[in-house]
Design a binder for this molecule. Structure first.
Ligand SMILES: *[C@@H]1O[C@H](CO)[C@@H](O)[C@H](O)[C@H]1NC(C)=O
Ligand SMILES: *[C@@H]1O[C@H](CO)[C@@H](O)[C@H](O)[C@H]1NC(C)=O
Ligand SMILES: *[C@@H]1O[C@H](CO)[C@@H](O)[C@H](O)[C@H]1NC(C)=O
Ligand SMILES: *[C@@H]1O[C@H](CO)[C@@H](O)[C@H](O)[C@H]1NC(C)=O
Ligand SMILES: *[C@@H]1O[C@H](CO)[C@@H](O)[C@H](O)[C@H]1NC(C)=O
Ligand SMILES: *[C@@H]1O[C@H](CO)[C@@H](O)[C@H](O)[C@H]1NC(C)=O
Length: 421
């Protein structure tokens, strides 16, 4: 923030004061990163979800109304196990849930999840327990216009808005998919960065944080390096993006794509599931999707490959490509698959390795500030090249109502300020 100038600073102060006065209730201080958006596109995103109880794979999938196979592949769990969809996953297991992140009312969120209430449910048990803090009871209340949260009808269907970000599918100009991560009491920013192969600085930039202090219940956007596709816009799996070390299933379960390790290039091949699929052979060749031939010549290595090119109108597009490469490629490397988990290895899923102590800074910082985010979080001030983000309160009805428009307003205001400076 070296190029801050006085005009900009006073604008910031003015806006901060506006934020403070309009947020009447600023007692709660869980923060979540909000990404303003303007068009109706969507992207793939991930939710970091901790199971509140033992659940079958299919039950986890139906909580979020996603494909059970997609949940398994996103976590690199071997789908060839017999009856894997009915496998019982242990309580407290941490899973990445793939979701579709849309643009609703000017901010990124996922709004396709519905929950049918059961006896003894309360809004807070649904928010804090069933959805593991990914949503607050006030957000559920607001999304469903519930006036009296003490009377929930059993069997009532509730919309559960969930946090997600796209940030253009990039982080520092490299392909990335964003994980919405709920901070737990044992977490430090350093440990989260280490766990997801990123840096503290990157996490702070993405989440527009002014300090390294994080709190239990905050929701961070964690960028995961990923392999991006370049399918045509009219393909139904356009913008498919697969995080490093995992898989995705597409084309009606016919094609499986993986990412890494090593080269971060999307590699797609026929899926191993027993489903009837249209031909995956490339025209004018005997190669199938995922096959390639390599021929060493004096000029280099002549590689011909048959690649998956997206799912269009219910059919699998294949493209044959030939290129001359300096060296012949080695055998395709796949991310290691794991067996369906049966137990949570004591806290290994939760706190991988003791993080380097970074508490010096955190104890100096106030535990909860009046303003949900500091000047560092103003969207227009995010470092060039980094995604633009803004943090906002997630826990109070008044706040969430008041802050969303302000987040977008700030965004456009700063674009304007930059334009005139
Ligand atoms: C994601 O959501 C958008 C908007 O709701 C919808 O148009 C799109 O088809 C969805 N994409 C997938 C892959 O489900
Ligand atoms: C979004 O990402 C694409 C590449 O994936 C890049 O060409 C484009 O410039 C990016 N747009 C913005 C606004 O960052
Ligand atoms: C991708 O994951 C592998 C381990 O699965 C790791 O060694 C590699 O560094 C990761 N790549 C990036 C760019 O994070
Ligand atoms: C082509 O791909 C299919 C399906 O992945 C595989 O069974 C076959 O062995 C491959 N053929 C060659 C020549 O690599
Ligand atoms: C590479 O191989 C393809 C098919 O095997 C062939 O048609 C093409 O002429 C070759 N190109 C070179 C430069 O050897
Ligand atoms: C998909 O099918 C529809 C109707 O069958 C057709 O109008 C459209 O052009 C097709 N799209 C592509 C990309 O082939």
């Amino acid at each position: 923030m070296a190029n801050q100038n006085p005009i900009l600073l006073s604008f910031s102060l003015l806006l901060l004061m506006m934020m403070m006065t309009s947020n009447v209730v600023v007692l709660v201080s869980s923060k979540s990163t909000i990404e303003p958006c303007s068009n109706s596109d969507s992207c793939n995103a991930l939710l970091g979800y901790t199971l509140y109880t033992e659940l079958k794979v299919s039950e986890v999938a139906s909580l979020f109304q996603v494909d059970p196979i997609a949940v398994l592949t996103a976590n690199a769990i071997d789908i060839s196990y017999p009856d894997v969809e009915n496998h019982i996953l242990p309580a407290r297991l941490f899973l990445k849930i793939p979701i579709n992140c849309s643009c609703v009312d000017g901010i990124r969120k996922s709004v396709s999840t519905r929950y049918k209430t059961r006896p003894s449910d309360t809004l807070s048990s649904i928010a804090d327990s069933v959805y593991a803090g990914l949503v607050s009871s006030d957000q559920i209340r607001e999304a469903n216009s519930i006036s009296d949260p003490s009377v929930l009808d059993i069997g009532q269907t509730l919309t559960v808005p969930l946090p997600c970000t796209c940030f253009n599918g990039t982080d520092n100009s490299l392909p990335a998919i964003y994980l919405s991560y709920v901070v737990r009491p044992v977490d430090s920013l350093a440990a989260i960065a280490a766990r997801y192969w990123t840096t503290i600085t990157d996490l702070m930039n993405v989440n527009a944080m002014g300090s390294t202090s994080i709190k239990d219940g905050d929701i961070l956007a964690v960028p995961l390096p990923a392999c991006a596709s370049n399918f045509p816009r009219y393909a139904s799996d356009f913008s498919l993006i697969v995080p490093n070390g995992s898989y995705a299933i597409t084309a009606s379960h016919c094609v499986q794509c993986s990412c890494g390790p090593g080269n971060l290039k999307l590699y797609c091949m026929p899926a191993s599931l027993a489903v009837s699929c249209s031909s995956m052979q490339c025209k004018n060749s005997n190669l199938m999707v995922g096959n390639y031939t390599a021929q060493q010549s004096s000029a280099g290595c002549n590689v011909t490959s048959c690649n998956y090119g997206g799912f269009v109108n219910g059919s699998i597009v294949t493209t044959l490509s030939t290129s001359l490469q300096p060296r012949c490629p080695g055998a395709q490397q796949f991310p290691p698959l794991i067996a369906p988990p049966t137990s949570v290895i004591r806290d290994s899923m939760f706190a991988p390795s003791p993080a380097p102590q970074s508490d010096g800074l955190r104890t100096l910082a106030p535990r909860s500030s009046l303003v949900p985010s500091t000047t560092g979080s103003l969207p227009g001030l995010a470092p060039v090249g980094g995604p633009l983000g803004s943090a906002s309160d997630a826990c109070s009805l008044v706040n969430s109502l008041a802050t969303f428009p302000i987040a977008s307003l700030l965004f456009f205001f700063f674009k304007f300020v930059f334009a005139i400076l």
